[in-house]
Design a protein around this ligand. Structure first.
Ligand code: PLP
Length: 350
């Protein structure tokens, strides 16, 4: 029996020997005192990559996003976002719980919203109403199928937001995937946002960690909020070293993940009863739907697991397969072939 191919998430990667060596060798200090040299190096590196004045290392992407929401708003403010975005869907209502902020959601096209949906959504100044304050976008968009946000849409939304005094936040948990797939540098994507959050624990393959970046004055507020949220860490250069190693060694290789995702997607596209959503796979995420005639996503997951492949049943008929650092080209081929063969057998005769 071959080893299990685990495609449930790009958070499943384990640190490589090179990354572990970098972690073991990391110089450290107390980061709450600003005295961890490896964290400081990482923060300077991220700020430079994103073209921002400052950056800060944080434990998770969720904390990173929620610190930004808090730093941009006052209780009684509202943020505008797409209905399936991580900040709204997968952070336990953190904007409400931690910042007293409501979310107004817009239906996206696989996660992508257009300025025409936003430009009448700023609440007038009126004592009955919340204050519209912030726009949050996600690139690439997880629930949207790993789609890359079209740059012209970001530009239009950003210049409108600036004209209207709204802040812009980017959830860039998978911004690196967008960078590799589009060839557009991170700083060019980030230019249109006041704050940007990026993850090291997804496709980059670090065990832990995210960072947020923005203007100095904003980051000073963000740093206080990180402490408030319990995210002040001490000799955390050990983890920053993994993130630095990932930035040095694991960005360009994500092109392999994107190629592997397309191979897996082809297996899905070839299988009656499965439908890619969206039909085009742009990065490392492969979302698809299971025709009820074939069964539920749990049925498909169980069939594939018996054959050594794990794919996440994200909803009753919705599934997500993710290519990542611990999935080889041969394993992607085997996945596609297994899907074609085993699910065809599962399909009822028509
Ligand atoms: C994973 C993810 C995050 C943050 O997740 P954590 O598990 O808290 O690090 C944020 N946004 C998106 C789009 C993500 O996929």
């Amino acid at each position: 029996m071959n080893e299990m191919i685990d495609l449930r998430s790009d958070t499943l990667t384990r640190p490589t020997p090179g990354m572990r060596a970098a972690m073991a060798a990391a110089e450290v200090g107390d980061d709450v005192f600003n005295e961890d040299p490896t964290v400081n190096r990482l923060q300077e590196r991220v700020a430079a990559l994103l073209g921002k004045e400052a950056a800060m290392f944080v434990p998770s992407g969720t904390m990173s996003n929620q610190i930004c929401v808090r730093a941009h708003t006052q209780p009684g403010d509202e943020l505008l976002c797409e209905a399936t975005c991580h900040i709204y869907q997968y952070e336990q209502g953190g904007a409400a719980v931690l910042s007293g902020v409501t979310c107004r959601t817009l239906e996206g096209d696989y996660g992508i919203i257009d300025l025409s949906q936003l430009d009448d959504k700023i609440r007038p100044c009126n004592e009955h109403l919340v204050r519209t304050r912030l726009v949050c976008l996600e690139n690439t968009h997880n629930r949207g199928g790993g789609r890359i946000y079209p740059m012209e849409k970001i530009e239009a939304i950003s210049s409108w937001a600036r004209q209207n005094g709204l802040a812009m936040h980017l959830d860039g948990a998978r911004l690196w995937n967008a960078v590799v797939a589009s060839g557009v540098p991170a700083s060019e994507w980030a230019r249109h946002f006041d704050s940007v959050s990026v993850c090291f624990s997804k496709g980059l393959g670090a065990p832990v960690g995210s960072a947020l970046a923005g203007p100095k004055e904003f980051m000073a507020r963000a740093r206080r909020i990180r402490k408030l949220f319990g995210g002040g860490m001490r000799q955390v250069g050990i983890l920053a070293a993994a993130a630095l190693y990932a930035l040095d060694n694991h960005i360009e290789r994500m092109a392999d993940d994107h190629a592997n995702a397309r191979v897996i997607a082809q297996g899905i596209a070839d299988t009656p009863g499965l439908r890619l959503t969206p039909p085009e796979v742009e990065t490392n995420l492969v979302w698809f739907e299971v025709d009820p005639e074939l069964g539920t996503s749990q049925d498909v997951a169980a069939t594939l697991k018996q054959r050594g492949i794990r794919i996440h049943p994200a909803g009753k008929h919705v599934m997500r397969a993710v290519a990542h650092l611990d999935v080889s080209a041969a394993q992607a081929e085997r996945t596609a072939e297994t899907i074609r063969q085993s699910l065809r057998q599962m399909a009822p005769a028509r």
